[in-house]
Design a binder for this molecule. Structure first.
Ligand SMILES: *Cc1c(COP(=O)(O)O)cnc(C)c1O
Length: 403
């Protein structure tokens, strides 16, 4: 049995009331909640060893540097990167993608092609559109089907020697679809293209092995996996990180500076200009330790149970349609008849239930289904079946008020 009652005690926020009702937090795909173990690490940092890293000879600076570099190693081990310096700390997924897109503006030429999937978050579309505008490269799209899965046969036809880059999320935030990234990577490599995987939604839900995937770039944010906002990572294979130019100039990223010429520092510092989110990096490491202590496979199994239970219960509601029905994680995106998602979300909030409504930063998916948006309930390992029952009751109430 998954020890969910015990786990819930780790999350102080789950004790609070919203609009007089116990909080039911089903917006985990937007951001996850923070366990006491991670909060303690943040408090400890500012209480005991807040200092700038890498430059100082004094004790606090050395302690902060050690903890920050240890966090990098926690991430390296967790994702099985070959080297710690292939893990670059960034401010999050969006920042990481922009770093790679900006770097590729020096590597792409007119008529080169890049491929994106139809299931992307805007942050994995817009930077590449900007890149194509700058370089004259062409953007091609892997289409999706009604179940919310990518059409892999079309993908194969899009690939050619002109393809230089493929980018795709591991899991869609809007629908929860798990994409066949191993196959996507293999096929791209067959034509010599590099692949960036947006792992913002996969890192909280499954074990990921960068070397086994043979992925070129992989990016994610801490705040979706029990860590704080403002910190994330860019993983890149060493050979790629060496090929890309630095993203920002500043302190920390240089080896020598004169007004005639500056030489850049080695990895990872080349991509970490300025004072980073030191506390955030350390807390990110603590968050990964926390989920590993529970066991990420046990988390995945329990979340699948919640998904099955939630799907079954929600489908009993007359007029409710679920979007995205292929192999997926614990995300249920739905609409009821033609009631606007926003109206449902507002009533649920009055009942203490937090869901997300709207296009979920994935307008192309909403256009595909010809809808303005959906209501999205996304479950984490600290949610329960009882909370799903509360959602179902709340929905019935909302529907009767809005119909
Ligand atoms: C949340 C999310 C992002 C953006 O992450 P930020 O932390 O806001 O930078 C990108 N892609 C997917 C799939 C996401 O779920």
């Amino acid at each position: 049995m998954f020890p969910v009652d015990q786990i819930r005690n780790d999350f102080p926020i789950l004790q609070r009331k919203v609009n007089g009702k116990p909080l039911v937090y089903f917006d985990n795909a937007a951001t996850s909640q923070t366990p006491q173990q991670v909060i303690d690490v943040i408090v400890d940092y500012y209480t005991n060893y807040n200092a700038n890293i890498h430059r100082g000879v004094h004790t606090l600076s050395q302690e902060a540097t050690d903890k920050y570099e240890q966090a990098r190693i926690i991430l390296q081990k967790h994702f099985n990167a070959r080297n710690p310096y292939e893990m670059i700390f960034t401010s999050g997924t969006t920042h990481s993608i922009n770093m790679v897109a900006s770097g590729f503006s020096k590597l792409l030429q007119k008529e080169d092609e890049v491929i994106v999937s139809a299931l992307e978050h805007h942050s994995n579309i817009v930077p590449w559109q900007m890149l194509c505008e700058k370089t004259g490269a062409l953007l091609k799209v892997i289409p999706m089907n009604d179940e919310g899965a990518l059409k892999m046969d079309v993908y194969e036809n899009l690939l050619s020697e002109k393809t230089k880059l493929v980018f795709c999320n591991h899991i869609s935030n809007a629908l929860g679809t798990i994409n066949p990234i191993k196959e996507i990577i293999e096929k791209a490599h067959n034509v010599g293209a590099a692949v960036l995987i947006d792992g913002a939604q996969s890192v909280p839900h499954m074990k990921i092995d960068f070397q086994e995937l043979d992925v070129d770039f992989y990016v994610a944010s801490a705040h979706k996996v029990c860590g704080p906002t403002g910190i994330g990572f860019l993983y890149g294979k060493q050979e790629w990180l060496e090929k890309l130019p630095p993203y920002q100039g500043g302190g920390e990223m240089i080896e020598t500076v004169t007004f005639e010429k500056t030489t850049y520092a080695g990895l990872p510092h080349k991509f970490e200009a300025g004072t980073p989110d030191i506390c955030g990096g350390i807390a990110f490491g603590a968050a990964i330790d926390y989920v590993n202590k529970i066991d990420i496979d046990a988390i995945a199994n329990y979340e699948q149970e919640l998904l099955e239970y939630g799907t079954e219960k929600l489908q009993e509601i007359h007029g409710l349609r679920i979007f995205g029905t292929s192999n997926k994680t614990s995300v249920i995106s739905f609409n009821v008849n033609d009631i606007h998602p926003y109206d449902i979300g507002s009533i649920l909030d009055k009942l203490g239930i937090a869901v997300r409504t709207g296009h979920h930063c994935a307008q192309p998916i909403m256009d595909f289904y010809n809808i303005p948006g959906t209501v999205r309930a996304s479950f984490a390992f600290y949610n329960t079946k009882e909370e799903i029952d509360i959602l179902v009751e709340g929905l019935k109430r909302a529907i009767s008020m809005l119909s």
